[in-house]
Design a protein around this ligand. Structure first.
Ligand code: ADP
Length: 270
């Protein structure tokens, strides 16, 4: 839906003439509406943990005579503050990404190296949940981009796969090079996602099961960040899933030759 503002002015020529100025406000209105939506979502999402933190602080104060209760409330306070920190971090990342269309500080990046590091960094939560994570496929694969952003995206996918997996299952991370594309797939043996939810999980703050997602420490921002990062790199992220049969998230990015220097890379992208 568009919006055009028409200004009527007395024409400089005077007499019978008037001047009509049409100002297309569509893009401006759309961006402003998106920003308002985002602010409304953020305030709503922050209210719960902020409220919990202050209630728990009061509860600790009231329970001062009872060390067991203090211990229990302090544990919950720590959990809520961590959630709040994750939420704030996600909101900052997302609002930064929404402000830019393309990668700003790009250079050649080896995706295999990123994946190995991402798996390494998630090994603690994988160990806690007894989930095995394996990386396989191409030994190297180069794309042009921002290594930090791509790392965030791959970590979010691997992190989700681990968090939504039952104990004693495997998460598989695969890397392929084909038809000028670098393809990364992250497969889990978790509960899967119903067909009518599959588009929606990429929306910010959307959670299939809010209570469960809260229990697993989710913010509802992870996949939205993945989608933005991948789009900013000229790629796409897709999801295959069937309830009860796990999920596979696939990221496709344009491949580059490893030895291309920065200038050639930029030229070939133009
Ligand atoms: P969250 O922080 O809640 O995990 P995300 O944006 O990463 O937020 O994911 C959105 C929702 O998509 C999750 O709340 C969950 O319902 C669903 N989801 C994401 N990844 C998986 C997965 N690997 N298996 C099952 N459900 C998933």
């Amino acid at each position: 839906q568009g919006s055009i503002v028409v200004h009527v002015r007395a024409a400089p020529l005077g007499g019978e003439h008037i001047l009509l100025l049409a100002d297309d406000r569509t893009e401006f209105t759309r961006t402003a509406a998106m920003r308002n939506d985002f602010v409304a979502n953020v305030s709503h999402e922050l209210k719960t943990p902020v409220g919990a933190v202050s209630l728990l602080a009061e509860a600790i104060d009231d329970a001062a005579e009872d060390p067991t209760a203090v211990h229990r409330f302090a544990g919950r306070l720590e959990k809520e503050s961590k959630r709040l920190a994750a939420l704030v971090q996600g909101i900052i990342e997302l609002s930064r990404l929404q402000g830019t269309d393309v990668v700003v500080k790009g250079k050649p990046v080896d995706v295999r190296q990123l994946l190995d590091e991402a798996v390494d960094r998630t090994s603690i939560i994988a160990g806690e949940r007894n989930v095995r994570v394996g990386v396989g496929g191409a030994e190297e694969a180069w794309v042009y981009g921002d290594g930090d952003l791509l790392m965030t995206a791959f970590r979010n996918l691997i992190d989700n796969a681990i968090r939504y997996s039952p104990a004693d299952t495997t998460v598989g991370v695969g890397l392929r090079r084909r038809d000028g594309l670098v393809t990364v797939s992250v497969t889990d043996q978790g509960p899967g996602i119903a067909p009518d939810e599959q588009e929606r999980v990429f929306e910010r703050f959307y959670r299939v099961d809010a209570a469960r997602a809260r229990a697993t420490g989710g913010t509802g921002l992870g996949l939205s960040i993945v989608k933005h990062v991948v789009a900013n790199h000229g790629g796409e992220v897709t999801l295959w899933s069937q309830p009860g049969q796990g999920s596979t998230f696939t990221v496709r990015l344009p491949e580059i030759e490893e030895r291309e220097d920065d200038r050639e890379v930029v030229a070939s992208r133009a």
